[in-house]
Write a protein that binds this ligand. Sequence first.
Ligand SMILES: Nc1ncnc2c1ncn2[C@@H]1O[C@H](COP(=O)(O)OP(=O)(O)OP(=O)(O)O)[C@@H](O)[C@H]1O
Ligand SMILES: [Mg+2]
Length: 378
Amino acid sequence: MSQIDTWHFPRTEQANMLITALESGITNHLTLFAPRRMGKTEFLLQDLMPIAQKKNYIIIYINLWSEQEDPGLVIVQKLYEAILELNNRKHSLIKMLEPELKKIYMKGTLPFLGEIGTEVEFKKKKDPDAIGTINLNLLIDKLLQVLVDLAKNRTPLILLDEVQHLASHKKFLPLTAALRTALDTRKVKVKVIFTGSSRQGLLRMFNDSKAPFFNMSVNVPFPTLDIKFVEFILKKYYQITKKKLDLKLALQFFEKLHFNPFYFRNLIMKCLFHSMNLNDAYPLIESEISEENNFQGIWSRLDTLEQMVFMEIIANRNLYSVETLKTFSELIGEKITTQKVQTSLNRLIKLNLIGLEGRASYFCENDLFSDWVKINKL
Ligand SMILES: Nc1ncnc2c1ncn2[C@@H]1O[C@H](COP(=O)(O)OP(=O)(O)OP(=O)(O)O)[C@@H](O)[C@H]1O
Ligand SMILES: [Mg+2]
């Protein structure tokens, strides 16, 4: 389990609710979405995991971003780790694959050793000189089965963090399909909580009828933190400094930060370490957000039409109306057709700045970025 963070505001009720839902069997797969740094990973590790551990689940936490080029590798590693904890290598399949699994494990953790292929070799039991091969995707299926065999009356609970990464490239399609089959065939025996930070990425994975995870999981809300979180953090601040920060003002800033706990904590840290008040510290946080996320760089890499399309979307205006097309044409100095707008839109979607839900409902993926555009560019 991860270390206790005394500034962690517990979300026990939400964690209990999810575990209870999984236990009830109403669904075996859940998906949590929230934008970057809203506290998904902390929630999984610090709120949900301890409860699941008490209930005797076998917890396997997998962050697909930890092996961006080869997410299959980290899945194999984590399943293997869980198996090792359970059985001291007694399972026959593990005995046979162990040398190779070890290599995968080492190569995965030491990337400079080079990439492994999608085929894994192993020595055959009956004839030690003969070499067999197993596909990495099939290996995931096998490891999952071993896990289920060894778990006996316990239930494996996989926490698959940053799952939208699987939708980021065509080359991950076979892995994603294999994962779906492996999980679907053990639906009741293995529970899964997926989390993701790109709304569009998750839609692409779960909502498109051609997507490999289509209808596989139930979306559950990940509520934003509220006044209780702000009070909790202000109390911590008071315990250290014996000074009070204004709750109403702190709440206003929390709201301006779109309820992002990470940046709110940074704001309070500014007050703490630089003896600043909230009003003076807030603009510094705003500039840190834009610098750290390179908002100016992202903006300058868009061409004029893409920038204009983005602005129309955040202003909630109709992109294809006659007036809008006329304005675009006038400002750019050439005729702008719906086709050109569509091309710009596609690029904004590809860059993960804009998402599309349903047929024509566009949304901005990053509220902090759209705020920055509103303040600096409109
Ligand atoms: N419940 C909480 N109490 C206090 N601070 C929190 C809480 N949740 C998140 N934070 C703060 O926000 C930071 C970001 O949280 P976390 O890494 O869990 O976000 P995330 O949603 O997983 O982001 P990403 O999508 O980028 O992985 C934490 O490091 C912590 O500082
Ligand atoms: Mg995370």
